[in-house]
Write a protein that binds this ligand. Structure first.
Ligand SMILES: [Ca+2]
Ligand SMILES: [Ca+2]
Ligand SMILES: [Ca+2]
Length: 146
């Protein structure tokens, strides 16, 4: 008994929660028709797989996060199991590159800024220097709130 997995299409994922992935995987079983009924599973809980007519449709189960995963890439394994007794399995590695969107707020280096300044400080004295960074890598501009 032999299972062969083929990745038919393999795309960059969208950065939105609970949306259908753009790729699917099929496996072929050279055994009988009954035994070749396949069920798929994935090793990463960020994704789920739905089996329909022996094709596994991989979907996002959680919101993806470009900013907090190593190399902006999810690596996981997809397994196809046949209906035989005992069941046999085949697996394939899946690698999903995530593209960046502006979904993170800028963060200040310090939460609370305290400054002491003499009341006779001249006009245009530099009162304080603040710094914030944006996890998405965007530029940051500063304004007063309210
Ligand atoms: Ca993010
Ligand atoms: Ca941002
Ligand atoms: Ca982002």
């Amino acid at each position: 008994m032999y299972l062969k997995l083929q990745i038919h299409s393999f795309g960059r994922s969208a950065n939105s929660g609970d949306t259908v992935g753009r790729w699917h995987v099929t496996a072929t079983d050279i055994d009988s028709v009954t035994n070749s009924q396949l069920t798929y599973s994935v090793s990463d809980s960020t994704f789920s797989v739905q089996t329909l007519n022996n094709i596994g449709y991989v979907k996002t189960a959680k919101r993806l996060d470009y900013d907090r995963i190593p190399d902006h890439t999810y690596n996981f394994t997809i397994v196809a199991t046949d209906n035989g007794d005992p069941p046999h399995k085949g697996s394939a590695a899946v690698r999903v590159s995530v593209t960046n969107v502006n979904d993170e707020d800028p963060v200040f280096v310090k939460d609370v800024e305290r400054v002491q300044l003499s009341e006779d400080a001249p006009m245009r004295t530099v009162v304080h220097v603040v710094q914030a960074f944006d996890p998405d890598g965007d530029g940051v501009t500063y304004t007063f709130a309210g």
